[in-house]
Design a protein around this ligand. Structure first.
Ligand SMILES: Nc1ncnc2c1ncn2[C@@H]1O[C@H](COP(=O)(O)OP(=O)(O)O)[C@@H](O)[C@H]1O
Ligand SMILES: [Mg+2]
Length: 529
């Protein structure tokens, strides 16, 4: 019996040992699983929280704390509404109510959060319920992803695509219109040449020409919006261009608006048509003036930006950029307005605006491979930011000049006080392949001659109110050395005077061919000297 009982005890002991080993293993297993879940929660790359039915945050992982910029201790003092953007609190009420009632087991929404520093984060939140033993929800499990940048990039790309297709449409229409206007103007020129200067029909033709000219100016602007502009992009240092615009900007802004030009970029070199750069700045200034009817401050600021993969806008490659900001303290814009300001013909200035300013800016910036964005709030002013790829500096400033060549192609300074004659003459010269700088009086011509602008030949009226053509020529020669000149005159008296013996003399009215022949002849004569 004793022996028998002893065996029994030994067997039981063995059995107990086995059971203890199994229990130990099970305990370790439970520990491992707890550890796995804890680590999965803590190390997850998305924000996770356990939230009570009363909206208190009971648990929060490291990613959530980092996203919302709170410590874990701070976050466990908060409720969900306290970290939600006030306008988005109601978004969650309905689906959460459904979960309370047991009619839904989970939901997914996007909503805005308020970080500890007051900044706004757009989050994609997925919520599911944790049930108690009576199958009632006991907790909510929230999983949160920061989609702020993703959504901003999507919106930017969407807007860029929309503006691209608008620009293509506008550019296409403008291109065709421009060609038709060319025909109208050409025929009008020819008609005008056939009429004597006292023909009563001249006035009608002038009206046609002027209207067509205005339409041409408009289509040019539309072509810039459509990125088919005929600009002359070149490497330019933007800083002196901005500095030179100062006087004009001061005049435009008026006395009640303070102008600040802060040029902090290490390099101002970009590839752009300098007149287009001026146009951008003038458009900003005009809008700023309109946004500050009772005065304020307008600031142009530049700096150099190094953009990496993370902070470069979606349409720009990482690299060095020249940043130009235009900042005003005006009436600002709300979200609805901000969406549309780059649209062609969008304006809020009833009767006073064309709605083409910012559309043109957008076209110019895009054509030069840049990017434009804005920050603005109602009554808090506006800040436009343009990024242009930095360009290599060019040593000698590029000279705006064209050498005369066999096919014409000279740069002509045209001086003529009669607007319609000036127009017709300019068109003939342009069609003859020349570049023309046209001015309405001798003083302007002399002012130009004092700048760096180079021209190959002067075409001038003879009788002008302030100064005669020959007097102007003498002054120009004094400034720039001798130049080929064509004198154009319709007065019988001058025709009889000694000037009529001058080889460059041409009587009005002249045919297009006669004018072009005279210009070529003078250019050739000059080269043969
Ligand atoms: N600096 C600014 N401050 C406030 N609103 C602006 C500013 N710049 C542009 N806007 C808004 O954008 C619209 C479009 O501007 P724009 O394309 O230049 O056309 P326009 O000036 O002819 O109205 C303006 O009508 C205005 O509502
Ligand atoms: Mg404008």
């Amino acid at each position: 019996m004793d022996e028998h009982g002893g065996d029994e005890i030994a067997r039981l002991r063995q059995r107990i040992e086995v059971l203890e080993r199994q229990l130990g293993k099970a305990r370790a297993g439970v520990h491992d699983r707890d550890e796995f879940l804890r680590r999965a929660f803590e190390d997850a790359p998305i924000g996770m929280a356990l939230v009570g039915l009363d909206e208190r945050i009971v648990e929060a992982n490291a990613a959530l704390c980092q996203m919302l910029r709170y410590t874990r201790e701070q976050l466990l003092q908060k409720t969900v509404p306290e970290i939600t953007h006030p306008d988005d609190i109601v978004k969650e009420a309905q689906p959460k109510g459904d979960m309370h009632e047991g009619t839904a087991a989970s939901f997914l929404i996007e909503k805005r959060y308020l970080r500890s520093d007051g900044s706004v984060m757009l989050g994609r939140l997925s919520v599911s319920a944790l049930f108690d033993e009576h199958a009632k929800p006991a907790y909510f499990i929230g999983q949160l992803e920061d989609v702020t940048r993703e959504r901003a990039l999507q919106a930017q790309l969407g807007q860029a695509q929309r503006l691209d297709s608008l620009a293509r449409l506008v550019g296409g229409v403008a291109h065709d219109f421009n060609n038709m206007l060319g025909v109208i103007l050409g025929v009008t020129d020819l008609l005008a040449l056939d009429l004597t200067s006292d023909d009563p029909r001249r006035e009608d033709i002038e009206v046609i020409a002027e209207t067509a000219q205005r339409a041409t100016a408009l289509t040019r602007q539309l072509l810039a919006i459509g990125r088919r502009g005929h600009g002359a992009p070149q490497a330019v240092d933007a800083h002196p261009v901005l500095e030179r615009a100062r006087t004009l900007l001061e005049k435009l802004l008026g006395e009640d608006i303070t102008l600040a030009i802060e040029l902090h970029a290490e390099s101002g070199w970009i590839v752009i048509d300098p007149t287009q750069l001026e146009q951008v700045v003038l458009n900003f200034a005009t809008n700023a003036r309109d946004a500050m009817p009772s005065g304020g401050r307008f600031c142009l600021r530049t700096r150099t930006r190094e953009l990496g993969r993370d902070d470069a806008p979606p349409t720009l490659a990482p690299g060095r950029y020249f940043e130009l900001q235009a900042i005003d303290t005006g009436i600002g814009m709300d979200a609805e307005l901000r969406e549309h300001i780059f649209d062609p013909f969008f304006t809020t200035k009833h009767g006073g605006g064309t709605g083409l300013g910012l559309a043109t800016v957008y076209g110019i910036v895009s054509q030069a491979g840049g990017h434009i964005s804005l920050a603005s709030e109602l009554d808090r002013g506006t800040q436009f930011t343009i990024l242009w790829p930095e360009a290599a500096p060019v040593d000698a400033p590029t000279q705006v000049t064209t050498a005369p060549n066999e096919q014409g192609g000279a740069h002509v300074l045209l001086v003529e006080d009669d607007a319609s004659v000036r127009l017709v003459t300019e068109r003939i010269l342009v069609r003859g392949g020349h570049r023309v700088t046209a001015v309405s009086d001798p003083a302007e011509a002399l002012a130009l001659a004092r700048t760096e602008l180079l021209f190959d030949i002067v075409v001038t009226d003879v009788v002008m109110p302030q100064m005669s053509g020959p007097e102007l020529a003498a002054e120009l020669f004094a400034l720039r050395g001798e130049l080929p000149v064509v004198f154009v005159s319709g007065y019988a008296k001058t025709a009889q005077s000694e000037l009529s013996n001058h080889p460059g003399f041409l009587t009005k009215p002249f045919t297009p061919a006669a004018l072009l022949a005279k210009v070529s002849e003078r250019l050739l004569a000059e080269r043969e000297v």
